[in-house]
Design a binder for this molecule. Structure first.
Ligand code: NAP
Length: 263
């Protein structure tokens, strides 16, 4: 199926690894020009030149840290300078550290909200006017199944992501008549460095083997495996496409059946 987005200009966050890298590859395969962002500029530059030569698209890289309150301005300025406008924005970066929910602190919340809500909202707000003027735009946020079913030791993540999704839902209604959609895609457990890291931390904290921790997670997933990043990226690419033109303000979990409630 042709997603109808050849030549669209996309900004993809968290593009050096995991879900973001897979989303960048999926959009490049659909013919989108790309601005890739994350913190590691050297990795971004390699990825941009690799995707550009593999798919014949334009690709540019901008190193920025979502914890920095100037990051959104920096990324938006780079993208507008590189391509003159942005049609697709994929909001994605890293995740906050695990924490005892009875011992969170203001500094931890500030970091979580900066990375998961303030920088993404700032970036989207800078790019929305151009999308509305042109009558076409797609904003997709990578969330987490923890928004639907909070994960015990990820209070910062549960809270910060929920704030972003509340804004997305509200904004989606305000800009819907202008051809701009905002949607969320919530990963369950996909095989990336982030999930490996969290499994390792749980093993250290509980004194168990990483394989045992992982086996418990797999037992709770009806498909009995972690998802592949490409399985998640395919759905995000669809949300970014012309095919998804009547879908806005939605939040879908891609989790191999992990959650027991409605998605
Ligand atoms: N994998 C899953 O199944 C899963 C499940 C639930 C939620 N999530 C969430 O989905 C998002 C992506 O997950 P992932 O598994 O792809 O993670 P990942 O493999 O750790 O990749 C994270 C990406 O974000 C970038 N990043 C990290 N911190 C950043 C920061 N402060 N500013 C800008 N970029 C930053 C990293 O690149 P640099 O190091 O170059 O900056 C990397 O490209 C995360 O928020 C994660 O918590 C993932």
């Amino acid at each position: 199926m042709d997603l109808g987005i050849r030549g669209r200009r996309a900004v993809v966050g968290g593009a050096t690894a995991g879900l973001g890298a897979a989303i960048a590859a999926a959009l490049a395969a659909e013919g989108c020009d790309l601005v890739l962002t994350a913190r590691r500029g050297d990795v971004l530059a390699d990825m941009a030149s690799g995707l550009s030569s593999e798919h014949g698209v334009r690709a540019s890289a901008v190193a920025a840290d979502f914890l920095d309150r100037h990051a959104a301005a920096q990324i938006a300025a780079h993208a507008l300078d590189a391509f003159g406008g942005v049609d697709i924005l994929v909001l994605n970066a890293g995740g906050p550290p695990p924490v005892d929910p009875s011992a969170t602190n203001a500094a931890g919340w500030r970091r979580a909200f900066q990375m998961l809500a303030l920088t993404p909202i700032d970036l989207a707000t800078r790019l929305l006017p151009g999308m509305r003027e042109r009558g076409w735009g797609r904003i997709v946020a990578v969330g987490s199944y923890s928004i639907r079913q909070p994960v015990d030791d990820l209070a910062y993540s549960n809270g910060g992501r929920s704030a972003l999704m509340a804004w997305m839902k509200t904004a989606s209604r305000a800009v819907a008549a202008d051809g701009v959609t905002l949607n969320g895609a919530f990963p369950g457990r996909h095989a990336t460095a982030r999930i490996e890291h969290l499994d390792r931390l749980t093993a250290e904290r509980t004194g168990r083997a990483v394989d045992a921790v992982r086996a418990d997670h797999l037992a709770a997933i009806p498909m009995r495996r972690y998802g592949e990043p490409a399985e998640f990226a395919g759905y995000v690419a669809y949300l970014c496409s012309d095919r998804a033109s009547y879908q806005t303000g939605t939040f879908t979990t891609i989790d191999g059946g992990l959650l027991t409630g409605f998605p």
